[in-house]
Design a protein around this ligand. Structure first.
Ligand code: SF4
Length: 476
């Protein structure tokens, strides 16, 4: 997972890019980068760490130019991170800046094919093959002075050769003018939005919260199957490239995106609220009762509130989250792991003691965090612990850009689907477990969603070989 912000028509662009990027720090904490274009000159800085560490103010202030791209990168499980793998990427001939959010499935195949064309990749980041395919396609048409028609053909080449989920922004010269190019894969799996400032500047970003901090109203979602050209003070130019079939990642709505973001079907907070209400109805239908509803912070809060409202129960904050505990390191033993969790998430005794508690969480992936949370609150002597999850069992890995463990590490992948609730109940040692149903999730989030991690129905096919390659990279 990653996040990007791109701006054209703001002088200087770099401080605004950094500001917009801060709003989406949650999309990646592994590395950050900014690249700008100043009268055709391209400059770039990127480093490992949070934005404030990777992009110090004095560095940002030295990046001139009225257009650019900023990016945050999510830690890739198993892979050794280097600053070289951080985004954005650039080519000098023609001059292009590019970043993306998502995952390219066929990187090994592309790497080999590009090598045969004399193009050698310098990183293990999948933004680089996208940039190289785009650049090679443009260069085949002409060396410089690219037209909108050239760009449409080059994006067509990306669609033909690059498989996966990707949301891409680039800054380059088109028809003799500095231009922002934006496109998403034909299913729009990964999100992307854009908007225009009152002075005519354009901003595109992974989430609308970046637009909010820059005082920009969302104009729409980035197109799928089309290339969009944005130039300051002008209307967007849409270049149809290929057919599209929307399948937006539902996990963004469940877990990943900020609740105040608006993407595709509406505000994330509204979707989480609907999921909570739906879960409450299914939980009640199963015949359970409780005294209090508690969210596992932070993602689950709107769903837990909706759940409590629907059930006519109290909603209480049961945990205090330590915002300054930083990254959780690999802990050598159970006792240290428990201490680390407690440092991050401390339960409030009075909320749990003597109560029948309904604990709400967004998803269960490996199951070990929820197990430790249950162990922790068990010591506070609740009468009953019920667990409600507002996603169905995660039984299949994601190959489209959400950093999930491999199939073997997904706890629900080891159980028959209709036994997942009972198996998880036993594993956690709680009184009941209720997952939202697949139909309930679809009702809450609307049509046109990718839910392959629950169903195994991958809209972009992934071969066995590609699965093995991605899984082994995850395991490191
Ligand atoms: S498989 Fe799951 S996490 Fe991946 S894009 Fe689809 S819904 Fe999102």
């Amino acid at each position: 997972m990653c996040g990007f912000v791109s701006i054209i028509g703001v002088q200087p662009a770099a401080p605004a890019l950094a500001l917009g990027l801060q709003a989406i720090q949650h999309r990646g904490q592994d590395a950050a980068g900014i690249a700008t274009r100043d009268n055709g000159r391209l400059r770039m800085v990127k480093d490992l760490g949070l934005i404030t560490n990777a992009l110090p103010t004095h560095v940002i202030e030295q990046l001139p130019g009225d257009a650019g791209i900023a990016h945050v990168r999510y830690p890739t499980a198993g892979a050794k991170s280097t600053a070289q793998d951080a985004q954005p990427f650039l080519t000098r001939r023609p001059g292009i800046l590019l970043a993306h959010n998502g995952n390219v499935i066929n990187v090994p195949e592309l790497t080999q094919a590009l090598r045969e064309e004399g193009i050698h990749l310098l990183s293990s980041c999948d933004a680089e093959p996208i940039l190289m395919v785009l650049t090679a396609a443009l260069s085949r048409r002409r060396a410089a002075n690219h037209t909108a028609e050239d760009v449409a053909a080059a994006v067509g080449e990306v669609y033909r050769r690059v498989r996966g989920g990707y949301s891409v922004v680039a800054i380059l010269e088109v028809d003799g003018e500095p231009t922002m190019l934006a496109f998403r894969d034909p299913h729009g799996i990964r999100p992307g939005v854009y908007g225009q400032r009152a002075d005519g500047a354009w901003v595109a970003a992974s989430e609308s919260v970046s637009l909010d901090v820059l005082g920009v109203e969302k104009a729409g979602d980035l197109p799928l199957g089309e290339a969009m050209l944005l130039r300051p003070g002008r209307a967007p130019v849409l270049l149809p490239v290929t057919e599209s079939e929307p399948k937006h990642c539902v996990f963004e709505r469940i877990y990943f995106a900020r609740p105040d973001s608006v993407m595709e079907a509406g505000r994330i907070n509204r979707d989480r609220w609907r999921m909570g209400r739906q879960l409450a109805q299914e939980w009640r239908a199963a015949g359970h009762t409780a005294d209090v509803v508690v969210a596992v912070p932070d993602t689950s809060r709107p769903a837990a509130q909706a759940c409590a409202e629907e059930l006519g129960l109290r909603h209480r904050e049961g945990f205090i989250k330590n915002r300054y505990s930083g990254r959780t390191f690999i802990m050598p033993d159970q006792a240290t792991r428990n201490a680390a969790l407690r440092l991050k998430l401390n339960p409030i005794r009075e909320i749990f003691e003597g109560q029948r508690v309904l604990l709400i969480d967004d998803s269960i992936v490996r199951g070990n965090t929820m197990r430790r949370i249950v162990e922790m609150i068990r010591t506070l002597n609740p009468v009953e612990i019920h667990v409600g999850i507002f996603s169905p069992p995660v039984r299949h890995p994601c190959f489209y850009g959400i950093d999930m463990p491999s199939h073997d590490e997904l706890i629900a992948a080891h159980w028959p689907e209709d036994e997942a609730e009972e198996e998880l109940r036993r594993y956690l040692g709680v009184d009941s477990v209720t997952y939202i149903s697949k139909a309930g999730l679809a009702d809450s989030c609307g049509p046109n969603i990718c839910s392959a991690c629950f169903t195994g129905d991958y809209i972009v096919p992934v071969s066995e070989e590609e699965r093995r390659a991605i899984n082994s990279e995850r395991r490191g």
